[in-house]
Design a protein around this ligand. Structure first.
Ligand code: CA
Length: 430
């Protein structure tokens, strides 16, 4: 194929960014899940690198995605909170147009770009995916969607490009179909596909096709959640199989992450052994499954405990494509770390701010300020569950982390909209 020849000549890999929604740290087989099989997600870890200290830049959906799409702490441009549904969203809501998205950048690097799934970075026409660097879009603009039938929320249709369309299939199956088609269309350019499932976000809805495979789970809530996982895992298996069929798997850089931790009380998605849930800056809200596969460049089955973050996706993808990295990024190119060649730490320090909540991780030390004002210092090397508060006994470390946080925080701006900033207090409200 002429197209394939050009791709190999340039050497640019395809980029497949898979994001699960509200998937907790403990809910894949390679991280200990026993009752729900996830062979296809696990295969990404077996064929690549599993970062066990993989973070995202916010404990809820939209801000994390703003960080993913820009490689920058989203508080630099005021994208600190979720917008709420379309009718409640602030007039100012949307990933600021001043930011170049990863899709914009990949397009400039010669890529065919597509988003299949959830957007959540703007409802107004100028903020929709087709205006933010995506050649193709199949999905919905909001933060959640019913899996069967039309959505109960206003202003949140399934769209193809800029048009609302009717979808008859179970939504995760529809996203699988569209992602496989996108990969299979090939052509003479490498692709960037952002496959953003709304699984396993509320509402808990699944078809008997998947529920029947989990007859051993007696609790209906857990079984429905598990069926949603199976649908997503099957979908990922289908996309990877298509890559394999077309000879593209070796030179495709695949990321698999979740956008925040599990809201365990709402959906059962667990964050064990981490403390806390979605909406909180405890590890359970921000530390997520984080897998990277790139057979051509990365070893198989490596496990890496160095802290990394969703902000690293952008520079990793751009560097892999041969692009020059902008100097204003907070993320780093993970390839030299994932390969094992670079033995240093990708990040000396990581930061989080989500309204009244904040956190900083420096080395093994973490300082968290919870929604109730509690200041908690822990050493994650010996206390991954953040159970012992060392703030009173290690005043020196407390001061060091507070000072570092304050210096970072001064660089951030005020939120451009304030909705759901009580999320932490409301625990894990979806
Ligand atoms: Ca989410």
């Amino acid at each position: 194929m002429a197209g394939m020849g050009q791709m190999m000549a340039s050497g640019q890999p395809n980029i497949l960014l898979i994001v699960a929604d509200d998937l907790g740290y403990a809910e894949i087989g390679v991280q200990g899940c026993k009752d729900i099989p996830t062979p296809n997600i696990d295969s990404i870890a077996r064929n690549g690198v599993r970062f066990t200290s993989g973070y995202v830049s916010c404990p809820v959906c939209s801000p994390t995605r703003a960080g993913l799409m820009t490689g920058r702490y989203q508080q630099r441009f005021g994208h600190e909170f979720n917008p709420g549904p379309a009718r409640e969203a602030s007039d100012s809501f949307g990933l600021p147009l001043s930011e170049e998205t990863l899709a914009d950048r990949m397009k400039r690097l010669g890529y065919r770009t597509g988003l299949v799934g959830k957007w959540h970075l703007g409802y107004k026409p100028e903020y929709l995916p087709t205006k933010r660097g995506f050649d193709e879009f199949f999905g919905f603009p909001g933060g959640a969607h019913d899996y069967m039938g039309p959505d109960r929320r206003d202003g949140n249709p399934i769209m193809r490009g800029d048009e609302a369309v009717e979808e008859k299939e179970y939504l995760t199956d529809a996203f699988a179909r569209e992602a496989v088609n996108f990969v299979g269309r090939g052509g003479n350019k490498p692709f960037f596909l952002y496959l953003a499932f709304n699984a396993v976000h509320n509402p808990l809805q699944a078809t008997s096709k998947y529920k029947d495979r989990l007859a051993a789970i007696s609790d209906d809530k857990r079984r429905t959640y598990g069926a949603m996982m199976l649908a997503m895992d099957d979908a990922i298996g289908g996309v990877v199989a298509k890559l394999r069929q077309t000879g593209a798997e070796d030179n495709t850089l695949i990321f698999f992450i979740s956008d925040n931790g599990g809201p365990t009380p709402q959906t059962t998605s667990k964050n064990t052994p981490l403390r806390g849930f979605k909406g909180q800056v405890w590890e359970g809200g921000i530390r997520v499954p984080f897998l990277v596969q790139w057979k051509k460049r990365l070893p198989a089955g490596r496990v890496d405990d160095r802290p990394v973050i969703g902000l690293d996706v952008y520079p990793t993808a751009v560097a892999a494509a041969g692009g020059k990295l902008p100097t204003n990024l907070d993320g780093v190119d993970l390839t030299p770390f994932a390969s094992g060649a670079n033995k240093t730490s990708p990040h000396d320090v990581l930061y989080w701010r989500f309204g009244a909540q904040s956190a900083i991780r420096k080395g093994d030390w973490k300082l968290a300020r919870a929604a109730d004002g509690q200041v908690h210092l822990s050493n994650l090397a010996t206390d991954i569950g953040e159970s012992s508060n060392l703030a009173a006994s290690d005043a020196g470390k407390l001061k060091e982390l507070e000072t570092a946080y304050d210096a970072w925080n001064r660089q951030m701006i005020e939120p451009k909209w304030r909705v759901q900033d009580r999320a932490g207090k409301r625990k894990a409200k979806a």
